[in-house]
Design a protein around this ligand. Structure first.
Ligand SMILES: [Zn+2]
Length: 277
């Protein structure tokens, strides 16, 4: 994304446009992407933060045609503009709600829930919900079937590794969700942050391999160090990651350790983790 003009719609496929919110930052990249699907009747995916300039731009671009406001998940950079837009446009809120663990947007309420492979359609597009728990348990990706374009929210981000925060985040589920995506015809990934990603199959396989490689590094380090805390383990396992990101890396490490425990390979007692095999 070389140049971003906030508040303007950019076409990313025949049926889909992107409006980037002006909330750039370390965790949000160039800003949260809001996607608009259709022409005569619109679906919106991830309204983004409740920033007046972003909400005004979306209302202006939708111009009375907005039917659905969908969210990939309820983290605070993805859903808080939903209620303001619903109030102004009368559009229906769609997305799954989970208990607040301190990271969820409490203002996202009264939404229609979705199940796996549920479809919303107009005479212009077919939008399929793929439930993708992992980054967080209520995560949904949305596939515009006619354009083979998959909006991936925070399940797959451009250029950075997705943080998995237990207990709503789950590494086993994350990897399984990635594998399930390979069953669909997808030609482009449209992430919640960053530009379109080509070669979806290659990208997804790379992400799975990356997580399994990290898991192997965790297992190796545990084997070598004996019983250790997450604090001790983090700089060892993430020696290739900027230390400024280590507090986030520690959460993903916790997710890796829980997967190793669930796989019967590691155990934890009083905050000390060890390998069983
Ligand atoms: Zn998120």
């Amino acid at each position: 994304m070389p140049e971003i003009r906030y508040g303007e719609a950019v076409a990313v496929s025949p049926r889909v446009r992107r409006v980037t919110a002006p909330n750039s930052g370390r965790m949000t990249g160039p800003g949260t992407n809001t996607y608009l699907i259709g022409e005569r009747e619109l679906a919106m995916v991830d309204p983004g933060p409740n920033m007046p300039e972003h909400v005004d731009a979306l209302e202006r671009i939708c111009a009375g045609r907005l039917r659905w406001i969908l969210v990939t998940h309820t983290h605070r950079d993805h859903s808080p503009a939903a209620h303001a837009l619903a109030r102004r446009t009368g559009a229906q809120l769609v997305g799954n709600i989970i208990p607040n663990d301190g990271f969820q947007d409490d203002t996202f309420i009264d939404a229609r829930a979705l199940v796996q492979d549920e479809v919303l359609s107009t005479d212009e597009f077919t939008l399929r919900a793929l439930l993708t728990p992992g980054h967080v348990s209520n995560h949904i990706c949305f596939l515009v079937e006619e354009d083979a374009l998959l909006m991936t929210g925070d399940h797959i981000m451009g250029g950075s590794t997705v943080v998995i925060v237990p207990p709503h985040g789950n590494m086993q589920h994350y990897i399984e969700s990635l594998r399930r995506m390979l069953n669909y015809r997808v030609e482009h990934l449209a992430p919640g942050h960053g530009d379109l990603i080509a070669n979806p199959r290659g990208e997804i396989e790379h992400l799975i391999a990356h997580r399994l490689k990290r898991e192997a590094k965790v297992a190796d380090a545990l084997q070598r160090l004996g019983a250790v805390t997450i604090e001790t383990l983090t700089p060892v396992v993430y020696d290739d990651v900027d230390p400024v990101m280590h507090s986030w890396a520690a959460m993903s490490l916790h997710a890796h350790l829980l997967k190793l425990r669930d796989d019967g390979r590691a155990s934890e007692q009083d905050g000390l983790w060890r390998m069983l095999t």
